[in-house]
Structures are given as structure tokens and as C-alpha cells.
Design a protein around this ligand. Structure first.
Ligand SMILES: NC(=O)c1ccc[n+]([C@@H]2O[C@H](COP(=O)([O-])OP(=O)(O)OC[C@H]3O[C@@H](n4cnc5c(N)ncnc54)[C@H](OP(=O)(O)O)[C@@H]3O)[C@@H](O)[C@H]2O)c1
Length: 323
């Protein structure tokens, strides 16, 4: 079948190991099913995979992609929850120590077909297109859990989103605004700051600029480049939720004194549960909120999308279609 996959890893030139070609159909273990992929979306995770982060050489060749919306074996329109659990796991899927994401241990979604556990299928409402739905399982679910589960935010509170342009960040801005929060955002790029305002940020700032007031919570995916600013932007007792470290995991200062003296809470967050994915779908259905799509490309043009993300030339989600 057609597939976009990693055949080797490179830290400095991640696209060098990318192949747009053919791979065998996926194996379908007991309790799993096959979904015909109609749309999928790109995540920074796919660049990490091409850099060899999160999987070893023995996993190659690995079909990329965590997200997909498509049609199941019974003809139902579905989206896929990307967290794959050990069959014996019960409870919050994100806390399973043996969990993986599609494209880490099991072949991913940048293909004609993908195999997933039946329990990972979520019905697709008529209000969302395949392209919109394909944005949800990783970036949008991560943003939902950061704000409303791990962050515990309520309408009327304030939040700072670091690095406005990314897939997770644009989801954070949109979901925060739809949920009644006061939204601040930063970006390195003036055009992206203007776009952030258009999609719901009340105020936008250059990366690292002082805010007019301290916020209840900061949503952090940038990592080392913004960590100090994030901690300095919190009110006493405020909460920093982190789900990624694109610019690196080791900030100049960890700000330990500030964390204890101001009684800040630093909370990790990863993906979300299938129940939260279903709630996110309901949230969008009820509010009419739509995922922000940067561009839609045929899956055969996956290299173009990955190059744009590698260059930071993205505002919202890059979607690949297979028709
Ligand atoms: N834990 C999880 O479950 C989970 C799930 C999804 C994503 N993630 C992680 O979250 C991160 C973002 O993912 P994504 O798919 O949204 O990636 P993306 O679309 O490539 O976005 C990257 C973001 O990082 C910002 N950025 C990058 N380098 C920066 C720097 N040096 N200084 C300031 N800002 C910088 C960009 O902001 P501007 O260009 O606007 O400045 C942009 O918002 C990745 O590290 C990813 O692995 C984790």
C-alpha cells in the first residue's frame, strides 16, 4: 500500500530518512481493526521520529503519523485515538507505562490503511470534515487536556500560550478563547502574532516580552527558549502546564527559588484519554469551533509539509489527504 515512512534517522537532517513509497499492509492483531485513511495531520512528533527520538533502529522502517480520520471496516466515519495501551491496562490511558503512540511501536497513519485497537475508534460527527477531524487526536487533544484537565482552568481565568504558531499552540489559543478564558500569546514572528489575535488571543507579545499582568496559568510546549519567561509570567500560586520542549529540554535556569517561593505548580501533560477525545469532539460540535488548518496537501506531498514544519513555517495544522 502507499505509505510515507522513515527508513533512517538523522538529528541534523531529519528529512533525509523520509521515503514516500510503498509498505506492506499493517498486521491486524486480535481485537484490532483496519481504518481506510481519508485525512491525517502532521505533528512535530513526526519530525522527532525522523530524528530517532522515541524509537530505535530496530523499529525501522516506520510509517509516520499519529492522527487519522477515515472509514472503518463497517463503513462508519471515525477518528482514531492515537494512544495504544497494553491490553491488560485499565484506567487513564496516558498513565500506562507501556503505552505508545501510533508510529512508535505500531505503524502510523501516513498510509492508505492503518490498524488500531477497536477501542481506539471515536465516531466522527457530521459537523466535522475528515480534514478537520484529523487535527484532533494529537495536537488538539493535548491542548484540551492541558487547559481543562491538567490545568484545571475555568472560564474567567487568564492563560499565556507560548509560541503561538504551532499545532498545539493554535489549538490552545482557540480552545482557551472558546472556553471563556483571557488569552495571551507570544510568538517570534509578527505575522504569527497578528494571526494569533485573529484566532482568539486577546493580547499578543514578542517571545520573552513582559506581560502587563501575571497570569493564572501558562501553557508551555516550547521548552528551554521560553521556560524562564513562563515562570516569571505566573501569579503566586499559578500553574505551568508543559507538554513539549521543541527548543530543547534544558533551560539556562530552572527557577527553583521562584517555584517554591511563589508556590507555583509545574504540571506535566501528555496526549489525553479516548474519553477526553470524545469530549473534545463534543466541545467543537457544541461551540462550532473548528481546528485551524494551515494547508491541505495530498499525502504524496508529505515532504513539503514536513519541510515547512522543520523550517517553522506553519500556523495551525498541516493536513494530508488520501482520496
Ligand atoms: N506530550 C504530548 O502529548 C505532546 C503532544 C503534542 C505535541 N507535543 C510537543 O509539543 C511541541 C509542539 O508540537 P507541535 O506539533 O505543535 O509543533 P509545531 O507545530 O512545529 O510548533 C512549534 C512551536 O514552537 C514554537 N517555537 C519553536 N522554537 C522556538 C523557539 N526557539 N523560541 C520560541 N518558540 C519556538 C513555535 O512558535 P512561533 O513560531 O509562533 O514562535 C511553534 O509554536 C513539540 O515539541 C511536540 O513534540 C507533545
Amino acid at each position: 500500500m502507499f505509505a510515507v515512512y522513515a527508513e533512517s534517522f538523522s538529528t541534523d537532517d531529519p528529512l533525509s530518512g523520509l521515503v514516500v513509497g510503498e509498505q506492506p499492509d499493517p498486521a491486524v492483531p486480535d481485537g484490532w481493526t483496519t481504518v481506510t485513511v481519508k485525512a491525517t495531520s502532521l505533528n512535530h512528533h513526526d519530525l522527532w521520529t525522523l530524528r530517532g527520538v522515541g524509537l530505535g533502529e530496530d523499529a525501522l522502517p516506520m510509517i509516520l503519523g499519529c492522527d487519522a480520520a477515515g472509514v472503518d471496516e463497517d463503513g462508519n466515519q471515525v477518528l482514531i485515538h492515537a494512544v495504544i495501551n497494553d491490553p491488560s491496562w485499565r484506567g487513564d490511558e496516558t498513565e500506562d507505562p507501556r503505552r505508545s503512540l501510533l508510529s512508535e511501536r505500531y505503524q502510523g497513519t501516513f498510509a492508505e490503511r492503518v490498524a488500531v485497537p477497536r477501542a481506539n475508534l471515536v465516531p466522527l460527527p457530521a459537523s466535522l470534515s475528515f480534514e478537520e477531524a484529523a487535527c484532533l487526536p494529537t495536537a488538539w487533544l493535548t491542548a484540551y487536556r492541558m487547559l481543562y484537565v491538567r490545568g484545571g482552568l475555568s472560564p474567567g481565568q487568564s492563560v499565556l500560550v507560548q509560541g503561538a504558531g504551532g499545532g498545539v499552540s493554535t489549538a490552545l489559543i482557540t480552545l482557551a478563547r472558546s472556553g471563556g478564558l483571557q488569552v495571551f500569546a507570544t510568538s517570534r514572528n509578527e505575522a504569527k502574532r497578528a494571526r494569533a489575535r485573529e484566532i482568539g488571543a486577546h493580547e499578543v507579545f514578542e517571545t520573552g516580552a513582559r506581560l502587563p499582568e501575571r497570569v493564572d496559568a501558562v501553557m508551555e510546549t516550547v521548552g528551554a527558549a521560553t521556560w524562564n519567561h513562563s515562570l516569571r509570567s505566573l501569579r503566586p500560586g499559578g500553574t505551568l502546564v508543559i507538554s513539549g520542549a521543541t527548543s530543547g529540554p534544558n533551560p539556562d535556569s530552572t527557577e527553583l527559588n521562584r517555584i517554591f517561593f511563589l508556590q507555583l505548580r509545574v504540571i506535566g501533560s501528555t496526549m489525553g484519554t479516548s474519553r477526553e477525545l470524545a469530549r473534545l469532539v463534543s466541545f467543537l460540535d457544541a461551540t462550532g469551533t473548528k481546528p485551524l488548518i494551515d494547508r491541505i496537501l495530498p499525502m504524496t506531498e508529505a515532504r513539503e509539509g514536513l519541510a515547512a514544519m522543520n523550517d517553522g513555517d506553519v500556523f495551525g495544522k498541516i493536513v494530508f489527504t488520501r482520496r
